[in-house]
Design a protein around this ligand. Structure first.
Ligand SMILES: [Fe+2]
Length: 157
């Protein structure tokens, strides 16, 4: 049954397109953060192991909220690794195990890429999708990424 929630068909389509892109980026970042949690070693091991654990738990929750948003507005939510990878701008690095600084820099860069995109997507939602609930969700997501990026940036002078 189609929802009747005061958003036009055209705007719903645009919302689904943007949300699908965001959950794809978040899912690839989620897997990358898990890899970091599993493979971090050396000085500050336990601190960073736990930090990455907290980060991917937050990302997992966000993915679920955004994916269910697609369903709530009447769309089908993508849910295969192929689709996530096809839709994502975040690059994986199979077989690479960078040291602590390089790993943190890579993750900071991924979060900052997503932060910049979310800012643009908020604008898109406002102008092309007229979906205020998604805007609200994205503002919260933006704050989460800014906090995470800030936390990791503090490991550098
Ligand atoms: Fe674990």
């Amino acid at each position: 049954m189609k929802p009747s929630i005061g958003i036009s068909e055209k705007h719903i389509e645009k919302s689904i397109q943007i949300l699908s892109k965001i959950i794809s980026n978040e899912t690839v970042l989620y897997v990358k953060t898990r890899k970091a949690h599993w493979n971090i070693s050396g000085e500050s091991f336990m601190e960073l192991h736990e930090l990455f654990g907290k980060q991917y738990a937050i990302t997992e929750k966000s993915i679920d909220i955004l994916a269910e948003r697609i369903s709530k507005i009447g769309g089908k939510t993508i849910g295969t690794m192929n689709e996530f990878l096809e839709n994502s701008d975040i690059q994986e690095n199979p077989g690479k195990y960078p040291d602590k600084s390089e790993l943190l820099m890579e993750l900071i860069n991924d979060h900052e890429t997503i932060i910049k995109q979310i800012r643009k997507e908020i604008q898109e939602f406002d102008e092309k999708a007229k979906d205020v609930v998604s805007i609200d969700l994205l503002i919260k997501l933006l704050d989460e990424h800014e906090t995470t990026a800030w936390t990791m940036r503090r490991y550098f002078k």
